[in-house]
Structure formats: structure tokens, C-alpha cells
Design a protein around this ligand. Structure first.
Ligand code: SAJ
Length: 426
């Protein structure tokens, strides 16, 4: 059986490789010729533990090949981006283009699976009307299902195999046919439902997380005012068997959690009040961090600020929607600020990146925006010798407060006592 995977990114490439290593002939299709070239040489353009080895094995076995155009197959898996526009409305053009591209090659018995996270109703209202143009009877001659990806970047391969899977068919037969494909590599349980329910399940999973992070971010701001440490509040509250407060931070990034809740708000603006509010709380966090920085640096002339981390979360190279970018852009508005950026995971970035030495020499304020593992090993005793002012603002609770304070750093933790904020000049 031949499977064409459309979109060879964070989800499409691991999925293609796993299918290929399970015996399917996989024709990957990506619009980027660079991506096609990298994959066909047995490499991965995505930084993800274990992925390169998997791609290499799949390509070497002859089962995986990437193309710059879709190839006629029996199953088509669509895993393209579903971004949001400036107006926070979903951009479904990638899904529409994918469906249009395969339309001429569809034949009786084919199965189309949408994996991209999509606003509830997309399979029924966007995908089906395009595929109907094939003149094949939907649900009888042409089968369509939504099977949302649910894997966590950094653990993609493990979660692709082990996570429970939800499959929503346009009818029961479509769901069953899709189940057969996933059963060959998914070891977790598979649940069948209808397409719109499956879409809502996926969007709500990320919305659940967004709303809970917003709650933590609100707690961080309140704790700062109250003069207590929100991290301690969270640790102690989470001892309760039915409480799971998430972690505050400089904002919510990535192409999923900061995007998907808008898919609900867009369609149900008057009903989705809490979801909308949570998005706004999380979107405000980069500005809140900037206000903390400004407050601390008001007494320093032309301060050098070093931002640690520009990815959307720890130990990945993905910078999409990362809060650091908004922090940097906000700080750049102040022409007095001299901004340096350091991230050991990122090679190409929108703004210039510095090496370790250049980043810290004569620095006045270190802002920890991502909790990369490497940052935990930075030695404050050594840094103390090269910085100009010993101020660190930790937005992720990433560093050892005692160690940094013992080396005379004024250590400011997001969600802690704001009274400490006046003391840079000490
Ligand atoms: N974050 C916080 N506080 C927290 C947890 C996360 O501020 O307590 C921030 C992170 O720093 C990051 C953002 O939220 O900026 C999102 O990170 P994440 O690790 O929570 O999630 P993603 O975006 O990497 O992956 C999510 C996952 N969804 C859930 O856990 C419900 C993943 O399973 C999905 O497959 C993925 O979205 C997706 O593709 O939709």
C-alpha cells in the first residue's frame, strides 16, 4: 500500500519515517525543494531526538522518498500548517491547497486523513466540499477522517507510538479504514468518533493547557504584588490530589497552544469568553516581563541586556511564536538599550546572536527567557567577573536562586516579591 504524506515538517516527517519503517511505501511531498533534498539524503531538517536515525533508516530501506509534487497513492495524510492570520482567524489555505493538489489523482477506495490541527468543522465544511469534486461518493468510494497529531516536540517519536489516538471519520467506515493504518505503529489505545468531535478534542487539549497557564501567569502577577513566591504557592497547592496548577512564564509560544484556542474564539466569540481572556493574559506576559526589566534598569545609563533563549520552550530549536521575540522587539523600542541574544540551540535567528563571551561581557541585566538545560550550568561565580552589573531576571525559575544570590547577583524571579525590584543600585 502506498501512502502520500503531504507536508514533511515536525509531524509529517516523523510520521512518514515510522510508516516507512513499518513496511509502507511512503511518498512524502513538500513544497520546499530544500526539505525534499535534505530528506532524500537521509537527513532531517527538524531537530528532534532520534529523528535523524529514523529518517536515515527509512530512506536507506527504499520505503521513504520525498518529492516536490504529490504522488499517486492509496492513502493521503495531510499534515500541513494551520496558522492564524493577524486578525486571529485560521488560515486554512495550506489544507485547501493540499486537497486541490491530490484531487486529480484520487480513485475509488482511497483514504484521506487530515492530521493538521484544525478549527472544529474543517473536515466537514472545508475538506469534503473540495474532495467531492473528484466525483467519487464520499464515505462510499472515498473515505475521509481526521486524526489529530498529539505529540510533544522533544518527545515526538515516543509519543507517536505510545500516545492514545483519536480518529474521527466522516462516517464509520472512514474511521475504521484510518484505524487500520494507525494500528500498524500506534501502541496506545485508538478511539473512534466523528470528525468534528475529533477536531474539538484536539483543540480543547491545547486550550485546556493555555487556560491553565494563564491562571498561573495571573497568579505570578498577583504574587509579585502580594510579596510572596508564586512558585512556592504552586508547589504547595499541587500537593492537593485534584489540583494541577501550571507554570508561569514570559508567555506562551509555539505553533500550537498559542494558536489553537483562537480556532474556538473565532467561531464562537460570544460563548468562548474564558478562552479569549486566557489568550489575552498569556499574550500580555512579554510586556509584563519588559516592565520588570525597565523597572530594574531605570538607574543604569545605556544598559546592556542579555536575553538567554529565543526558542518557544526548553531544549528545542523552534522559535515560532516564542515570547522572547516580543520581549526583544519591545525592548528595541528603547534606543538606550543595548540588546544581546544568546541561545545555544539556535543557529539562524531574526536578530543577531552572540557567542557566550560577547553576550555576557559588561552585561548589566541577564534575562532568562527559556529554561534550556545548558543555562543551569552557567557558573555565576565566573560570570560575576565579567558582567558590569549583577542583575538577573529569571522568567522561568530556571536558575539556582541561592547560588546566584550567594555570588551577589540581584536575582529577580518572575512571580516573586516585587519589593526586591528597587535594589539594583545597591
Ligand atoms: N508553558 C508555560 N507553562 C507551562 C507549560 C507550558 O508557560 O506550565 C509554555 C511553554 O513554555 C511554551 C508553550 O507553553 O511556550 C507550549 O509548550 P508545551 O510544552 O506546553 O506544548 P507544545 O506547544 O510544545 O505542544 C503542545 C502539546 N499539547 C498538550 O500538551 C496539550 C502537544 O501534545 C501537542 O501535540 C502540540 O501542542 C500540538 O501540536 O498541538
Amino acid at each position: 500500500m502506498k501512502i502520500c504524506v503531504i507536508g514533511l515538517g515536525y509531524i509529517g516527517l516523523p510520521t512518514s519515517s515510522i510508516l516507512a519503517s513499518n513496511g509502507y511505501i511512503v511518498n512524502g511531498y513538500d513544497v520546499s525543494s530544500k526539505v525534499v533534498e535534505v530528506i532524500n539524503s537521509g537527513n532531517s531538517h527538524v531537530e528532534e531526538p532520534g529523528l535523524r536515525t529514523l529518517v536515515q533508516a527509512a530512506v536507506n530501506s527504499g520505503n521513504l522518498k520525498a518529492y516536490a509534487s504529490p504522488q499517486e497513492s492509496d492513502v493521503y495524510i495531510i499534515s500541513v500548517p494551520t496558522p492564524i492570520n493577524e486578525d486571529k482567524k485560521a488560515d486554512l489555505t495550506y489544507i485547501e491547497h493540499a486537497a486541490q493538489a491530490i484531487l486529480p489523482m484520487l480513485k475509488k477506495g482511497d483514504l484521506i486523513i487530515l492530521e493538521s490541527t484544525s478549527p472544529p468543522g474543517t473536515t466537514r465544511d472545508t475538506l469534503v466540499p473540495i474532495l467531492e469534486k473528484s466525483n467519487l461518493e464520499i464515505g462510499k468510494d472515498l473515505f475521509i477522517a481526521h486524526c489529530p497529531e498529539r505529540v510533544l516536540p522533544g518527545k515526538i517519536i515516543y509519543e507517536l507510538i505510545n500516545n492514545p489516538r483519536i480518529i474521527g471519520g466522516i462516517n464509520e467506515e472512514s474511521a475504521k479504514r484510518a484505524e487500520k493504518i494507525y494500528k500498524t505503529f500506534v501502541e496506545g489505545p485508538i478511539y473512534l468518533t466523528d470528525a468534528t468531535t475529533a477536531e474539538m478534542v484536539k483543540v480543547m487539549e491545547n486550550t485546556y493547557r493555555d487556560v491553565n497557564i494563564a491562571l498561573a501567569n495571573e497568579l505570578a502577577q498577583i504574587s509579585g504584588e502580594l510579596g510572596i513566591n508564586c512558585w512556592e504557592v504552586i508547589k504547595l497547592a499541587n500537593l492537593h490530589p485534584r489540583v494541577n496548577i501550571h507554570n508561569p512564564g514570559p508567555g506562551v509560544g509555539g505553533h500550537c497552544i498559542s494558536v489553537d484556542p483562537w480556532f474556538i474564539v473565532e467561531k464562537f466569540s460570544s460563548l468562548a469568553k474564558l478562552i479569549n481572556q486566557a489568550r489575552q493574559v498569556n499574550d500580555y506576559m512579554p510586556e509584563y516581563v519588559c516592565s520588570l526589566i525597565q523597572k530594574h534598569l531605570s538607574v543604569i545609563e545605556k544598559p546592556k541586556i542579555t536575553i538567554l533563549g529565543v526558542t518557544y520552550k526548553a531544549d528545542v530549536d523552534d522559535c515560532r511564536e516564542a515570547p522572547s521575540e516580543r520581549i526583544i522587539e519591545n525592548l528595541k523600542k528603547n534606543s538606550d538599550y543595548n540588546i544581546f541574544i544568546y541561545d545555544p540551540h539556535v543557529r539562524n535567528y531574526k536578530y543577531e546572536l552572540s557567542n557566550f563571551k560577547d553576550a555576557f561581557e559588561n552585561c548589566d541585566c541577564i534575562v532568562v527567557a527559556v529554561d534550556h538545560t545548558e543555562f543551569k550550568y552557567i557558573d555565576p561565580e565566573q560570570l560575576a567577573k565579567i558582567v558590569r552589573n549583577k542583575l538577573v531576571i529569571d522568567t522561568r525559575n530556571a536558575l539556582d536562586q541561592v547560588k546566584w544570590s550567594n555570588n551577589d547577583f540581584n536575582y529577580i524571579l518572575l512571580g516573586e516579591n516585587l519589593e526586591k525590584t528597587e535594589c539594583l543600585a545597591r
